[in-house]
Design a binder for this molecule. Structure first.
Ligand SMILES: *Cc1c(COP(=O)(O)O)cnc(C)c1O
Length: 374
């Protein structure tokens, strides 16, 4: 019996791919973002499942994530979204990975390796993280003329796609305009425009029209079904949570009124209490900020509050009054039990974070079980 584990619903992952494909215009494909172990879902298992249903484009953050996918036998395009030391150009070529050109000096340095590599040039349209500034047409044009760079894509990233206030919408429009103005200029100079992409999950859900003319949308969090069910997005496809986080009750003790539980005696029993010990902690990715009554779990389809501080490897839960709870019971930290559910966004909110961070911190230690049917 595993102490704690991550459960992946293959069915819900496939469902989400279909739901997302249904809102893409013709010619636009899903680029599955599987960085950071597919947001804690396990990059190899998720990528294999996606390959089986015809996903042919993947995005990772690092070259080593890309190489790991190739070693798993993943075919199709694999785009590295972040920085790679140019001395690894040989690996880029050997594993047929696509490197992002993060700025103009980087393009020159990569070309200087004299190893033919595929690249997508990233354009900074206002995020001011990576990319050649959209105003610097000459630099982009020069990128296209570099001997060893095969420019097969051009893309940008939206900084406010989640924001549907007038000001947010105006900024997203400005980013798209800067991108397309640059493309217009490149066309005038006789450059054949390669594959284009602009949107991540919220870009697609809030600005679906931007997918027209694009080869890809780069979707992460929506693919994993971890968009808040009440998120105020323009499109609301039926996305279902792919990941559940589970553990078990390993010990139940009674704690007398006035006694403390765990580090710092942060929880002091206000009555004679029943406390369940659960073998999962922040070393497994459960945020420590769920301590002190901020977090809860599901046991026997009911919610129970976390008692005191979340420890590295375990935590305690107050099950006073839940007489049927027994050692061996499954504890759900993210996911559903009967009618009750704790979504990744609920848990992230309780922890003062977002689902992306919560999920991608998971899985360092936990086994991942892929379920075909649930
Ligand atoms: C992580 C990332 C994505 C995916 O973002 P989601 O919001 O999870 O869909 C897309 N594009 C870039 C550049 C990213 O870094």
């Amino acid at each position: 019996m595993e102490r704690s584990w991550i459960e992946i619903s293959a069915r819900n992952l496939r469902h989400n791919v279909e739901a997302l494909r249904a809102i893409l215009p013709p010619g636009c494909e899903l680029m599955a973002v599987v960085k950071a172990q597919a947001y804690g879902h396990g990059a190899s298992g998720v990528s294999r499942l996606l390959s089986q249903i015809g996903v042919r484009a993947f995005a990772v953050a690092t070259i080593d994530e890309g190489i790991a996918l190739r070693k798993e036998g993943i075919c199709g395009a694999i785009l590295i979204l972040g920085y790679t030391d140019v001395c690894r150009a040989g690996d880029l070529q050997a594993y047929d990975l696509i490197q992002t050109v993060i700025d103009f000096p980087y393009a020159k340095a990569l070309n200087g390796q004299k190893i033919a590599v595929k690249v997508h040039i990233k354009i900074d349209t206002g995020m001011h993280r990576l990319g050649i500034p959209a105003s610097d047409m000459r630099a982009v044009e020069e990128g296209f003329s570099m001997q060893y760079l095969n420019v097969c894509g051009l893309y940008t990233h939206l900084s406010c796609a989640e924001n549907r206030q007038a000001e947010g919408i105006a900024f997203t429009k400005k980013q798209a305009d800067r991108f397309y103005d640059l493309l217009g200029g490149l066309r005038e100079r006789g450059i054949t425009i390669p594959k284009l992409h602009i949107q991540s999950s919220f870009g697609l859900l809030n600005f679906p029209q931007l997918a027209h003319g694009c080869a890809y949308v780069r979707v992460g969090i929506a693919l994993y079904g971890a968009v808040a069910s009440n998120a105020d997005t323009v499109l609301k496809p039926d996305l279902r949570p792919v990941l559940s986080l589970k553990s078990r009750v390993v010990l139940i003790r009674t704690v007398a009124k006035g006694e403390g539980v765990g580090y710092d005696r942060q929880f002091v029993a206000g009555r004679d209490s029943r406390i369940a010990v659960i073998p999962i902690g922040y070393g497994d990715g459960v945020p420590r900020s769920l301590s002190g009554g901020n977090g809860r779990v599901l046991i026997r389809q009911k919610t129970a509050p976390i008692a005191g501080r979340v420890c590295m490897d375990q935590m305690m839960v107050d099950i006073t009054g839940m007489e049927d709870v027994a050692v061996g019971d499954v504890v759900t930290l993210i996911g559903a039990q009967g009618e009750n559910a704790l979504s990744a966004t609920d848990v992230a909110q309780a922890a003062g974070s977002i689902a992306n961070e919560l999920l991608c911190r998971m899985g360092a230690r936990l086994p991942i079980v892929i379920k075909e049917t649930i």
